[in-house]
Design a protein. Structure first.
Length: 94
């Protein structure tokens, strides 16, 4: 993208708060995250960042939806990690 369209996407007022752009905060918060986890965190932050200036309650509900997805993702990963650890312990005791 060139010119004004790029500026509008990157610098909407509702994506800047206290002098910090939403994308910079997302980059910091998702550093080290992989796959769905980073995506969910990024969307939670985006919708919380802009809700007062853009879509109000609708954006809060979207943030909540992504929070539930993030929780489910982590619960499943914890279950898988626990299963792997149990298998390793079981093999070690043979």
């Amino acid at each position: 993208m060139k010119g004004g369209a790029e500026m509008n996407i990157r610098h909407q007022n509702y994506y800047t708060w206290r002098g910090r752009e939403c994308r910079k905060i997302i980059e910091e918060l998702t550093a080290g995250s992989r796959g769905p986890e980073g995506y969910y965190i990024g969307n939670i932050v985006k919708y919380l960042y802009r809700y007062k200036w853009k879509n109000g309650i609708e954006d809060l509900k979207k943030a909540e939806e992504y929070l539930h997805l993030l929780i489910a993702y982590n619960v499943e990963n914890d279950r898988i990690r626990q299963s792997v650890m149990e298998r390793k312990l079981w093999k070690g005791n043979r």
